[in-house]
Ligand binder design. Sequence first.
Ligand SMILES: [Zn+2]
Length: 266
Amino acid sequence: MSDPAPVSLGTINFAVELIKQSHKTVTLTGAGISTNSGIPDFRSPGTGLWQHVEPMEVASLSAFRHDPERFYEWFHPLAVIMFSAQPNPAHVALAKLQAAGYISEIITQNIDGLHTKAGAEHVLEVHGTLRTLSCTNCYHQVPFTAILDDYLQRYCVPRCPECGSILKPDIILYEEQLPVKTWIKAEEACKHCELLIVIGTSLEVMPSAKLPILAVEHGSRLVIINNSPTFMDVRADLVIHADISEILSQVVEEALQTGYIPQGRI
Ligand SMILES: [Zn+2]
């Protein structure tokens, strides 16, 4: 968002109050939290990444199996950006809030690893991670750093050091199931939280978009911080349409200044 509307101190304070009243707060983050780190929302139109290709033609599991070279060629510019990206103030703010005991799990749709880079823990990456790749033949797993130079600088298609087959990044492509254990943890977190803060996602990607419904149906309060409306805005206790980094930094500053942690917080 180029020129976000100013957000009143009253709104910030209300967000802080909701956080302080909650004994278990969970966040769900999407691409919008990482755009200030220079990572485009590659599902959004106009970012360039989808301009010349149909996503299903390159970024689906069947397309990857049929033509992994094409996938790696298409993915190359995004990988270059992701591996050089650094956490922005929004990632740092959430890590601080978590370290102060205000947030338990951080559920993210992002594959960029920036929450972890910012120092966050208990990060549930429901769309997988770019940190590792797995062999399509023998399932041997290697860190992305092991093939990084060959891929980023020499455009080599990553191959398994054990059997020579193609390696696939451990990110979730179209047609693929979400990682089951991570997904179950995300669902459980949303069922048992008292507050869910949705940050930087338009809630258009299923099944992650179901998580706020799950939380609300189990009695959780809901805060949505995004630069555009979502279908859950009508069910939220608070909706803030503004620059995510700026808002989160203000919320954390206010929350930590007053320093009150409710009893019973884990
Ligand atoms: Zn292998």
